[in-house]
Design a protein. Sequence first.
Length: 209
Amino acid sequence: MEAVKLRLGLQTVMLVSMRGNNYLQSSGLNKALKASDPKRCAQVVSRAVNLIYVLSALIYPFMPATSDSILVQLNAPARVVPEVMSTDILAGHAIGKPEHLFKRIEDNMIDNWRQKFGGAPEEPAPEAAKAAKKKGSKKVPAQVTSDPNVPKTPEILALEAKIAEQGQLVRGLKGQTPKTAELDGQIKDAVDILKNLKAKLEHLSSTPN
């Protein structure tokens, strides 16, 4: 398993994804660009779509269902990881129906998952219970702590990578000018997604294996 280097693989995927986000932000892809410079807008969209196509192959080992969803939305077949970036989805290609890759996590779902997967709270050791009783303190449920020597699951690693990517997106949106109502809405949606991802990570990290 050490030879697989899951963390390094995810870091590579994150690097490619963040550079793609930076490219979109620096290109100013919006309705104004489409109206003022349609040719430039088409170039940006083409490069973004083909980068997403590459990402579908890169994330497959970590999130195969997400990779499949990307391919359905791109209306493109599965591909191998290319040696160099190329334009494989050409002009005139008809994409599929766009959908959210990640569902929003509602607060009530977190509680349901905690009840379903959290397990029973651990009983304190007899010595600890006696010491607490002598001190007159209340019994405190044992907390699940992560052992740094135990490798994280692929699901947690993938979620951490998604959180880092979403955080980069939020920072990029907040740095855009001029400020508009449309931009404010995009920032709010991105922040909500980031909060939900962090809540899910907290739940997974606190759930005993």
